[in-house]
Design a protein around this ligand. Structure first.
Ligand SMILES: Cc1ncc(COP(=O)(O)O)c(C=O)c1O
Length: 395
C-alpha cells in the first residue's frame, strides 16, 4: 500500500467510525412500489419515483422507439454534433410546460446547478442562498466569482437583511430549493418573490422535488404559490418524477439561456443526453398533462399518511409533500427504526448528522402515486409497531 492509499484508508476508517458509511443495496427488479433485494420483496418508500413513471409502458416504449430511430449514443457535446431534433423538441416542451421563453438541457440537474451561476454572474454580483439548499447549488455557487451570502432556512427576515446589505451590487440572485428533500417543506416563494421585487433581485428555484406533481397542474412550487411567471430561473431534473432516468435543465429568459449556451461549462464540455432519455422525458411531460390522476393520487397518498402518522403521535416534518420525515432525534433510534422496518419488509432510510443537523435524526418516507391504500396501511401499521417497540410511541 503506498502512502496515498494509507491516507485514504484512514479517512475511510474515520467515516466508518462516524457511523456515516453509505452502502449500496442491490435491487434485482424494476423501480416500483415494491423492489426485490437479496431475493426478498420490500415495499419501497425511498425512491424519487413520485409519479410511478420510472417503468411506465409509454415511457419504456418511447425510449425503445428512440433507440431504433436515433440510436444509442451521440458521442458528442451538444454544440459539435450532439444535438438531435429530439433535444430541441424537449427544450421547447419544457418551456411550454413552465411558460418560460427558453430551456437548455444538461446531463443532470447537478450539472445544471453546477453550470448556471458561474456563467451568469461575476464579482460585481451577489448570490443569496437558503442554508439548506441542495449540494449541487452549493457547489455551483462555489464555482462563481460572485459574493456568496446565506440566509437561515426559509427565514424571510434573514433574507431581507441580506438583500438590504447588498444593494450596491450589479445583480443579486436569490436561490432556493422549491422543496427541501430532507424536510419535505416548501420554500415560501410568494414571499421570496415579493422581497425580490422590492429589492430588485432575481429569483432562482431548483424544483427537482416538485416538477410534475406540485401545484394545480404539476408545474411545481412556483405554481403552488401562484408566482410561476415571476421566477427568473427554474432548474429541475428528469431523474425523479419525470421518468427517473437522468437529465436536467435550466428554464429562463432567452437571454439567460443563450448566455448559458455560450458559457456554461457542463453544457459545453459534457456529452449530450442520449436519445432514449430525451424521448422518454418528452413522454413523461406529456403524461403529466394527459393524466392528472397521477399527481392527484400521489398527493392524496401523502396527505393521508402524514395525517395518520401525526394522529398516532409521531412528529412529522414538512407540509403536504410526499417526502415524509418522521423526526426521532437520536441517531441510534433512527437507524434501529429503519432496520426494524426493513425486517418487516419496508424499504426506507434513516438520516442523521452530518446529513441533517445534530439531534434531528429521522427516518424518511417517500411516497409514490403507485402506492395503494393497502400498502400505505401496511407501512403505517409497521411504523406504529416499531414506534411502540422502541418507545417512540406510548404502548
Ligand atoms: C434539490 C435537488 N437538486 C438537484 C438534484 C440533482 O439532480 P440530478 O439527479 O438530476 O443530478 C437533486 C437530487 O438529489 C436534488 O434533490
Amino acid at each position: 500500500m503506498n502512502r496515498a492509499n494509507e491516507i485514504f484508508a484512514a479517512e475511510l476508517d474515520a467515516i466508518r467510525q462516524a457511523g456515516t458509511w453509505k452502502t449500496e443495496r442491490r435491487i434485482a427488479s424494476t423501480q416500483g412500489s415494491s423492489v426485490v433485494v437479496d431475493g426478498k420483496t420490500y415495499l419501497n418508500f425511498c425512491s424519487n419515483n413520485y409519479l410511478g413513471l420510472a417503468n411506465h409502458p409509454a415511457i419504456v416504449a418511447s425510449a425503445k422507439a428512440a433507440l431504433d430511430t436515433r440510436g444509442y449514443g451521440l458521442s458528442s457535446v451538444r454544440f459539435i454534433c450532439g444535438t438531435q431534433d429530439g433535444h430541441a423538441e424537449l427544450e421547447a416542451a419544457v418551456s411550454r410546460f413552465l411558460g418560460t421563453a427558453d430551456t437548455i438541457l444538461y446531463g443532470s440537474c447537478f450539472d445544471a446547478n453546477g453550470g448556471v451561476f458561474e456563467a451568469l454572474l461575476n464579482d460585481s454580483d451577489v448570490i443569496i442562498s437558503d442554508e439548506l439548499n441542495h449540494a449541487s447549488i452549493i457547489d455551483g455557487v462555489r464555482l462563481a466569482k460572485a459574493q456568496r451570502r446565506r440566509y437561515a432556512h426559509r427565514d424571510m427576515g434573514a433574507l431581507e437583511r441580506e438583500l438590504q446589505a447588498t444593494q450596491s451590487s450589479r445583480l443579486r440572485l436569490v436561490v432556493t430549493d422549491g422543496v427541501f428533500s430532507m424536510d419535505g417543506d416548501y420554500a415560501p416563494l410568494d414571499d421570496i418573490v415579493a422581497l425580490a421585487r422590492t429589492y430588485d433581485a432575481m429569483v432562482m428555484v431548483d424544483d427537482s422535488h416538485a416538477t410534475g406533481f406540485v401545484g394545480p397542474s404539476g408545474r411545481g412550487t412556483a405554481e403552488r404559490f401562484g408566482v410561476l411567471a415571476d421566477i427568473d430561473i427554474i432548474t429541475s431534473t428528469f431523474g425523479k418524477a419525470l421518468g427517473g432516468a437522468s437529465g436536467g435543465f435550466v428554464s429562463a429568459s432567452s437571454e439567460i439561456i443563450n448566455l448559458l449556451r455560450q458559457r456554461s461549462r457542463p453544457y459545453l464540455f459534457s456529452n449530450a443526453l442520449p436519445p432514449a432519455v430525451v424521448a422518454a422525458s418528452m413522454t413523461a411531460l406529456e403524461l403529466v398533462d394527459r393524466d392528472p390522476g397521477r399527481p392527484a393520487q400521489l398527493m392524496a397518498n401523502a396527505l393521508r399518511l402524514r395525517h395518520d402518522l401525526v394522529a398516532t403521535g409521531f412528529t412529522v416534518a414538512g407540509h403536504e409533500h410526499p417526502i415524509i420525515p418522521i423526526m426521532l432525534g437520536d441517531a441510534g433510534v433512527a437507524s434501529t427504526f429503519a432496520e426494524r422496518l426493513k425486517e418487516r419488509g419496508m424499504f426506507l432510510v434513516a438520516f442523521s448528522y452530518p446529513v441533517v443537523p445534530k439531534g434531528q435524526a429521522r427516518i424518511r418516507l417517500q411516497l409514490s402515486a403507485l402506492h395503494t391504500s393497502e400498502e400505505i396501511d401496511r407501512v403505517l401499521a409497521a411504523i406504529i409497531d416499531v414506534g411502540r417497540e422502541l418507545g417512540v410511541l406510548a404502548s
